[in-house]
Design a protein around this ligand. Structure first.
Ligand code: PMP
Length: 408
């Protein structure tokens, strides 16, 4: 793997020049949202300054150009995820909307009372609550895939959860709260052996490692633009073509129809357009394509290797702190370091460390069932991206020691 030129990478991010409370910004909240390279920022200028138009139905030049750029991004995403066809790529508002799409389109058509959906204990609320809302209405059962004390999914228990009524597995590829990398390929095989589908929440995987949806054999795979150096307001649902084709639409409106009539049945557009009702976030989609191109230029394997070094260094530095406990000690982790400190509230640490220019996240990370299982309400979480440096990790660890000294 070629090494990552972190100075060059940093040069692409104007926000990294900011001072926070008179100190250089050390941004370690990348799992919540990553920062944006200037190429992506410029994509908005270019779009609104040069070819802003509604897509697909226009016959004029601007509409043609906007459509080409928008559909070009679909192809970029296809390549990025290793999907077979670009019609398997549906643009959404983000991971949350992608999962809600699967719940409402596939779930409503396929789940009945007595059916079972397996949801992992490691999930973000966005891969729990849509299933709970639907289960209330349709009367299927949610079963939880347990984790061990390291925050690793228990695969034996996972296998044992399957019955002839299991229809779907909902699991993330990488946990946003602990950084655990889940064996989704193996989990998919087990699901398929039992005639169930698997939906993989890839929000925290896509920024940190190469993803190949066909190798995983994921039936559905979701991610968000803003966690992979792209803008907010856009995300992706990958779905196998035959599944998407069989699913009813979930939102109605323009773009998603073939013909509309009061006299005959309204008919729907082919996939992926059937699932893209209304004017999409055109500029955001195009800018997401620019972000993925940027990742491609840096190289996802180089990013992965660099972040592994950052995580290792950070883990080593904070483990020296007395009374600090790392949550999530899986052998295979990506991007995230979560911890609690005896005698110091996460919230206080977060506020005070910000005074020293360091941005980390504190709270439940939208994973309350996981944190409750570990007996905590909140953790501190440092999370890494391509532009972070080993020096920043040291600044963070020094600042953390100082802050803990202040609150204890
Ligand atoms: N899943 C995971 C694992 C996440 O980390 C997040 C964002 N924290 C989401 C889903 C939700 O993503 P979004 O808010 O962009 O829809």
């Amino acid at each position: 793997v070629p090494a990552l030129d972190v100075a060059a990478v940093r040069g692409d991010f104007p926000i990294l020049a900011r001072q926070i409370h008179g100190r250089p910004l050390v941004y370690l909240d990348n799992a919540a949202t990553s920062q944006t390279p200037r190429q992506v920022i410029e994509a908005f200028d270019d779009y609104y300054g040069r070819c802003n138009a509604n897509i697909h139905r226009g016959l004029h030049t601007l509409a043609d150009e906007a459509t080409a750029a928008f559909e070009g991004t679909r192809e970029t995403v296809r390549t990025f995820l290793g999907a077979a066809e670009s019609r398997e790529i549906v643009f959404t508002r983000g991971t949350t909307e992608a999962i809600n799409l699967v719940a409402n389109a596939w779930g409503r058509a396929n789940l009945e009372p007595g059916d079972e959906v397996l949801v992992s204990r490691l999930e973000h609320h966005s891969n729990i609550v849509p299933w709970q809302l639907l289960a209330r209405e349709l009367g299927f059962t949610i079963k939880v895939i347990p984790v061990d004390e390291r925050g690793v999914l228990d695969l034996e228990a996972y296998r044992a959860l399957f019955t002839e009524r299991t229809r779907l597995v909902a699991a993330n590829h990488v946990s946003n709260a602990f950084g655990t990398v889940n064996p989704v390929r193996e989990m998919a095989t087990v699901a398929h052996d039992h005639g169930a589908l698997i939906l993989v929440d890839g929000a925290q995987a896509v920024p940190h490692q190469a993803v190949d949806v066909r190798r995983i054999d994921a039936d559905f795979y979701a991610f968000s633009g803003h966690k992979v150096y792209g803008p907010t307001g856009v995300g992706v649902l990958y779905g196998k073509a035959e599944l998407l084709e069989a699913m009813p639409p979930w939102q109605g409106g323009g773009e998603m129809i073939a013909t509309v009539s009061f006299e005959h049945d309204t008919t729907f557009a082919a996939i992926p357009h059937k699932f893209e009702a209304g004017t999409p976030a055109i500029a955001e989609v195009i800018a997401l394509g620019v972000a993925l191109d940027w990742v491609g230029r840096i190289g996802i394997d180089a990013i992965s290797a660099w972040e592994a070094r950052l995580l290792e260094h950070a883990s080593r530095r904070v483990s020296r702190i007395e009374g600090l406990r790392i949550l999530g000690t899986a052998p295979d982790k990506a991007g995230v370091l979560s911890f609690v400190v005896d005698g110091a509230h996460a919230q206080d640490i977060g506020l005070l460390i910000d005074q020293l220019g360091v941005a980390i996240r504190t709270g439940h990370h939208c994973a309350q069932p996981l944190l409750h299982h570990f007996g905590v309400e909140a953790t501190c979480r440092a999370s890494f991206a391509a532009y972070n440096t080993l020096e920043e990790v040291d600044i963070f660890a020094d600042a953390l020691e100082r802050v803990i000294g202040m609150v204890r």
